[in-house]
Design a protein around this ligand. Structure first.
Ligand code: MG
Length: 368
């Protein structure tokens, strides 16, 4: 078949010769032949489709290494890779979108410290003023593991579950939670909830680094909520979970930072496959001894009387169905009964892992 000069190929592919030379240098599209004498590039007509594909993938923002890979694949495999690439972009954007939403949400609620127009002080909101947390925490070794590396804690302001892993897993999870406990006893830090969350994440990260040091593969998850008096601020890293039971419905309010969850998000796995995937516990984010802390998920929840929150390690959520969790939470009259019943459910299912639960109710103390 007749070769095309770079000029003819450029016209046919609607790309400039300059772009084609760049693609050659970047190894995205090599000419079929380069004349050893003149250095002229020649292209085969069947390369037209590839040239166009490379141009579109560049416009999509795909990294060069990925383009090289996709270009070499059969159409069906290339389609899968493009779908997975885009899912990764969406998930990264989602993390930033959530952070942006959190900041917008927070700033929209913030009353300016100095008001230029004199105003009559507004009465605190009736629905949240007299709310108080009632809570209980329970952590259990389970039926298989030799030791408990989970830590569960509930106090007047702090609710936390941490699931340690690696040789120093137990001290790591304990240190992460210990680092938050001061919020129970001391006034909340000046600067409001943003500083509070920063302090919480920094404190926990530093504490984990101190106990885990450079011990390889040692770290912990952390899912914690801090009660500000009207809101619950959530910090979440890893695959422990937070749920909200409100008006009889159960909502999972955290997203697992696991390999399997991201494969589910990318459409590479079905939910059925995910439950038996060999790497289902592989974490994408955690507090680690020897690495800077990843960006945690942050959320603010307005408190409503009657809300019941559950924080748990994967030792519960991996073996007890969401429906059973919902029924158990709904049936238990108080947090202490709820955590006992949930741990018992996990043990009924064989409890292959440590299991930890924190349950907290928002109670209207005026109505008591
Ligand atoms: Mg676990």
């Amino acid at each position: 078949m007749e070769m095309l000069t770079i000029g003819a190929f450029a016209r046919a592919s609607r790309l400039s010769p300059k772009a084609l030379r760049l693609y050659d240098e970047l190894e995205l599209l090599r000419p079929a032949r380069v004349d050893p004498e003149t250095g002229y590039r020649y292209y085969a007509p069947e390369q037209l489709e590839q040239a166009r594909l490379v141009a579109w993938l560049r416009r999509l923002g795909m990294p060069l290494a990925d383009i090289r890979e996709v270009r070499a694949l059969e159409p069906a495999a290339a389609a899968r890779e493009i779908r997975a690439f885009w899912a990764r972009i969406e998930s990264e954007t989602a993390t930033r979108r959530d952070l942006a939403a959190f900041l917008v949400d927070h700033l929209s609620r913030t009353v300016p410290a100095v008001q230029t127009v004199p105003t009559v002080p507004t009465a605190p909101r009736k629905d949240t003023t007299m709310l108080e947390l009632r809570y209980s925490a329970l952590s259990d070794t389970g039926l298989v593991r030799p030791a408990n590396q989970d830590t569960a804690y509930a106090g007047t302001r702090v609710l936390a579950v941490a699931d340690g892993f690696g040789s120093g897993g137990a001290p790591a999870s304990s240190a992460a939670v210990e680092a938050l406990k001061f919020l129970d006893h001391e006034p909340l830090p000046a600067g409001g909830v943003l500083n509070l969350l920063e302090d919480a994440v920094q404190g926990a990260t530093q504490a984990v680094q101190e106990v885990a040091g450079s011990t390889a593969e040692t770290g912990t998850t952390l899912t914690a909520m801090v009660w500000t008096g009207s809101q619950l601020a959530l910090v979440h890293i890893g695959d422990s979970r937070a749920y909200l039971l409100r008006d009889g419905d159960l909502f999972q309010i955290t997203h697992d930072h696991t390999m399997v969850q991201s494969m589910l998000d990318e459409g590479r796995l079905t939910p059925e496959e995910a439950t038996t995937h060999p790497q289902r516990t592989l974490l994408l984010k955690a507090l680690l001894g020897n690495e800077p802390s990843p960006v945690p998920d942050l959320r603010l929840h307005d408190a409503l009387a009657g809300d019941r929150y559950l924080l748990c390690s994967d030792g519960l959520s991996a073996v007890v169905s969401e429906n059973t969790i919902k029924e158990t939470l709904t049936a238990a009259p108080a947090p202490a009964e709820a955590v006992r019943a949930l741990v018992a459910s996990a043990n009924d299912s064989g409890s292959p892992d440590n299991v930890s639960c924190v349950v907290a109710d928002l109670v209207n103390t005026e109505a008591q």
